[in-house]
Write a protein that binds this ligand. Structure first.
Ligand code: ATP
Length: 287
């Protein structure tokens, strides 16, 4: 599904002393099947932006066009939009409420009016996608499993709707490094498998750098950078001026280059850095 955002402005509490312009004339296009990282400092407007994409928030002005339809127009059935645009909130496990894992994940498919067999298939499939054991967990209470598992149950609940656009708001917040890596790996695999449009919201450049095709950087309600990770990371000064940095490994490689070591300076991962340094050592030995 493609998304076109035109002149999107959102003002909270307009006309009151607490008035806040959270989005300021955003123009953005997301292509069908793109994997996007939406980055920005706290308060930059990321959550406000994504909540417009399934109609949870209404713009103060501007349009959101999904697959050619303006979802901000009167009369649009937002239920239909929400079936196709799945939003995983920050700390989604806080919204688990059923007495078993099965029932929680099945909640969306039941509302879609699917048959019992189809619902079971959806629950099994989405649990497999987030690497949860169906047999071990289906009858367990979501409140007696680990925090990482609870997060995955919540994500599975959204995946069970088979959304064409999947939006995850800080899906790794508060998880330990291992659980964090697992979730990110699963999101990547999911995108590779289904080629759906994915928008991953994060504070962390390190997290998104190696995963996404395009990074969109927000600052004070505006989109200030958009491009492939390597292109965006070339803008170190601009990123630093808005309180963001590039991954540590990118800094290190740039630093080495500035010291006269002839290396590529658009490195994103430790693996790439290792390869580049080994290549350089070999070239020094040959010389
Ligand atoms: N419900 C609300 N009522 C009033 N102001 C709000 C509300 N939600 C967000 N804001 C304000 O809007 C601005 C953008 O907030 P938003 O939550 O969209 O940013 P964010 O980039 O998602 O931040 P974070 O990374 O902390 O989630 C901030 O100034 C915030 O204080």
């Amino acid at each position: 599904m493609s998304i076109k955002i035109q002149g999107l402005t959102h003002i909270y509490n307009p006309g009151s002393p607490f008035e806040t312009k959270a989005l300021d004339n955003i123009e953005l296009e997301v292509k069908d099947g793109e994997f996007i990282g939406l980055i920005g400092h706290t308060g930059s407007g990321k959550s406000t932006l994504i909540q417009h994409l399934n109609g949870l928030l209404k713009p103060s002005s501007g349009k959101i066009i999904i697959n050619g339809f303006d979802i901000t127009e009167k009369g649009v059935k937002l239920q239909d939009v929400r079936k196709r645009v799945g939003l995983v909130f920050q700390y989604p496990e806080h919204q688990l409420f059923e007495e078993t894992v099965y029932k929680d994940i099945a909640f969306g498919p039941i509302n879609l009016g699917l048959s019992d067999g189809e619902i079971e298939d959806r629950v099994k499939e989405s649990m497999a996608l987030v690497k949860l054991s169906y047999e071990d967990l289906k009858e367990r209470s979501p409140f007696e499993i680990s925090g990482g598992q609870r997060r995955r149950v919540a994500i599975a609940g959204v995946l069970a709707m088979k959304p064409e656009v999947l939006i995850l708001d800080e899906p790794t917040a508060g998880l330990d490094p291992r659980a964090r890596d697992e979730i990110l790996e699963q999101v990547q695999l999911l995108h590779q498998q289904y080629q759906n449009t994915v928008i991953l919201v994060s504070h962390s450049m390190e997290d998104v750098a190696k995963l996404v095709e395009r990074i969109i950087v927000m600052h004070q309600g505006k989109v200030v950078l958009s491009g492939g990770p390597r292109d965006v990371f070339k803008e170190v000064e601009k990123l630093e001026s808005i309180g963001l940095g590039v991954p540590q490994i990118t800094y290190l490689m740039k630093n080495l280059k500035n010291q006269g070591v002839h290396l590529r300076d658009d490195i994103l991962t430790v693996e790439e850095a290792k390869e580049e340094i080994l290549k350089w050592i070999r070239s020094q030995n040959d010389a």
